[in-house]
Structures are given as structure tokens and as C-alpha cells.
Write a protein that binds this ligand. Sequence first.
Ligand SMILES: [Zn+2]
Length: 196
Amino acid sequence: MPSRSLWSRAVIALAMALVPLFSNQVCADDLERIRTESDVLNTVMATALERSVTFRSLVERIERSDLIVYVTCSHFESVTLAGRTLLATAPPGVRYVRVQILCQQPQRALVTIVAHELQHVVEIASTPEAVDDRSVRRLFSAIGFSTCQSPRSEQFETRAAWDTGERVRREVVHYRGTNVLVRRPEGGRWQRKSGD
Ligand SMILES: [Zn+2]
């Protein structure tokens, strides 16, 4: 079982300055909601999608949302961080979320942290009013608790994210099924097919 310190290292962080990712208006309906260009993270998500019903429900919930989520490998100044989720910008009709993961970890730990952070994404997806720093802070003050506060940033945590990460880890470890989810080569949505 992962140590409590692992959980405490995966937090939601609020950027005090919102950083626009795009200058052009983007039609969200044309985009897949969760994106990563990292082979490591692609493998982690494919494994979790294949093995964890909880992870699949997270992804399906995000796919039905107005969010566009970029999942990237990252390094953090703080040695206590292994992942974080930030609302980047929210022009009308679409909200952009960045999930940053410390990728230099065993795959089992990565599965846990990615699931943990995607639960935070679902928490944002479930709150349409969360569109800027103030409203995101209000959301996580209501459903979670502050873990760190500084003049530049504030970090929050939720019990649901702890529980979700742990549940997905268990489902991945104990998986004995046969269904396989694959991503279409052209970058389309995840598809389920019969496995060997
Ligand atoms: Zn967290």
C-alpha cells in the first residue's frame, strides 16, 4: 500500500497568475479532451484504461465535459510534489486544464498519481462556475482543504482524490480481465476491443 507521504505529494495547485495556452478560439467539439504527447504517460493511461473501471469512468466523465486536459511530464521546484492540476485558462465555452506529473517514478506509482490528478480534473469538470483562480479556490475550499499557502500560490487536497488514486491502483494490480482499450493511430478516442 502506498505510503501517506505519496498522497501528500500529489496535490492540486492553484496558479495565482492564469497563463493563456492559446490565443486563437478553439472549437472544443473537434478535440479529444485528454491529451498527452508523453510515451510514458500514454502507457500509464492505456494500462489504467485497460485494467481499472474507476479510471475509465474518470476518463468518460472528462470526455463529456467542457474541459481540454493536457497531461505532461514535469519537474517541480518542491521535492514534496509528484503531480498537480491547474486551471490554465477558461475562455467562453471551453476550459483548459494542465496536469503535470513527475514521471521519473515506477509505473504503479504513476498510475496512482495520474488517477489522483484526473479526479481533481473531474472535480473541476463538475463545477462549471470554476473558471478562474478565485472560483477554483472557492471550489477546493468547499470540497477539500488547504495543504500549503504562500504569497505566490496555494495548494489544496481532497479526500476523493486520495481515495480514487488508491482505488485505481488496486484495480490495476488485481486486474484479471480480458478487455483491452487501444488508441486509434490517428489520435482518435480510446476504443475497447477483445484482448488476448
Ligand atoms: Zn491532490
